[in-house]
Design a binder for this molecule. Structure first.
Ligand code: PMP
Length: 400
């Protein structure tokens, strides 16, 4: 059978990383990677993670037994609180269930698989245009039909709010709508609170089902939008990643939450959902990985460590903000054609620069600067050593 299998295209992001690694230039700049880097372009182990890791590592009772199917209870309970808030009625009324997953990717997949199998209408899922590229393959792999809603306005480099609302209005009643809870990937553009309210109103009118993906909580806003939708009585699900906000990328730590709307039988219905999710999880991964979950759980459940985690988050987001204003300032000082205001108005780890595919290619070929071809840069790849060089490079290709 192998002879009948055609070669698959290389994953664009991992292909980019490989090209960067193989580039011998000492000027090269990696702005492709969606992982935090410190000012020396090195991976950063959060000090609080190191502390929790040491404590776990030195615990004489540590073993390597399996977790349960749903994962580490200390993590799933804390993850719930982080998303919906400790006093959420959803927790009190036992109408939220949570399974630990293989990071955010596993959570998106588990949610997609569940909806594909158990949603009686198996509706189309609407993804923002653009979105995290993996959304497309994850949802099509589980057999969901995919459609898009406009999201980014090339003109304003902000939200195409009217386009988004019209598409959600035109979507068949009861569609699934994938929403990035905060720090949208790849654009760095989020709806305002008022816009979220309007999105919620429209989605309720159309009986759409919100599927929140949150991979950057702590980098930008909190879980405001998710909490608002829950308050408004939506049934919804959430895919949560701890990769970026704990720097636990390779440990694959995340969670999937299903929140039922209030009502007399909500808790029983939610328990049924949990039981089916457990069977799906068992057949796919049996049980999730333990080590990253132990680290995140220790930090989330210890008030002192939690505070230190918030400090670490501020360190990361603070450096990114400095790079945003630094880049904008440099481009404006050079008089680089175009407006660069969006560099500071966009939030989270990425900036959608508006650079064209040709400019992106020129940056790579002539300047050894690596970024995805849609013009997205990871702000964390910039630092005080390469920001002048990058601004010079952008200025040059924009003027070509
Ligand atoms: N969703 C979005 C929008 C993301 O940007 C990412 C990370 N790039 C993920 C989910 C999942 O990442 P991970 O599986 O590493 O948690």
């Amino acid at each position: 059978t192998a002879s009948t299998v055609a070669a698959a295209p290389e994953d664009p992001l991992f292909g980019l990383m490989k090209a960067y690694r193989e580039d011998p230039s000492d000027k090269k700049v990696d702005l492709g990677i969606g992982a935090y880097r410190d000012n020396n372009a090195k991976p950063w182990v959060l000090p609080v993670v190191k502390k929790a890791d040491d404590a776990i590592h030195n615990d004489p009772n540590l073993n390597h037994e399996y977790l349960s199917i749903g994962g580490l209870p200390d993590l799933t309970a804390a993850a719930q609180k982080l998303i919906v808030g400790a006093d959420s009625p959803a927790i009190k009324e036992k109408r939220i269930c949570t399974l630990q997953t293989i990071s955010g990717t596993g959570a998106v997949h588990l949610g997609g698989l569940f909806l594909s199998k158990f949603h009686p209408q198996k509706p189309t899922i609407y993804l923002s245009n653009p979105t995290w590229a993996n959304h497309n393959q994850i949802f099509s792999n589980v057999g969901l039909k995919i459609a898009q809603y406009p999201y980014f306005s090339a003109k304003t480099k902000g939200l195409d709010f009217d386009g988004m609302l019209s598409a959600l209005r035109a979507a068949p009643n009861g569609s699934i709508i994938l929403l990035h809870a905060c720090a949208h990937n790849p654009t760095g553009v989020d709806p305002t609170e008022d816009q979220w309210r309007q999105i919620a109103t429209l989605m309720r009118e159309r009986a759409h089902f919100p599927f929140f993906d949150t991979a950057y909580q702590g980098f930008a806003s909190d879980a405001w939008a998710i909490r608002y939708f829950i308050e408004q009585g939506f049934e919804l699900c959430v895919a949560q990643s701890f990769a970026k906000n704990f720097g636990l990328y390779g440990e694959r730590t995340g969670a999937f939450h299903f929140v039922s709307a209030g009502g007399a039988d909500a808790s029983a219905a939610n328990a049924n959902v949990a039981s089916q999710l457990a069977i799906l999880q068992r057949s796919e991964i049996s049980n999730p990985p333990a080590y990253g979950a132990r680290i995140a759980a220790k930090v989330l459940n210890d008030p002192q460590l939690f505070k230190e985690w918030e400090d670490d988050l501020r360190t990361m987001s603070g450096r990114i903000l400095e790079m945003r204003s630094g880049l904008r300032e440099r481009l404006e000082k050079r008089g680089t054609p175009g407006s660069w205001e969006h560099i500071t108005s966009q939030i989270g780890m990425f900036s959608f620069t508006g650079l064209t595919e040709t400019q992106v290619k020129a940056l790579r070929d002539k300047w050894h600067v690596y970024m995805t071809k849609n013009g997205r840069i990871s702000m964390a790849g910039l630092n005080t050593n390469n920001i002048d060089y990058f601004a010079e490079a952008v200025d040059s290709v924009v003027r070509e």
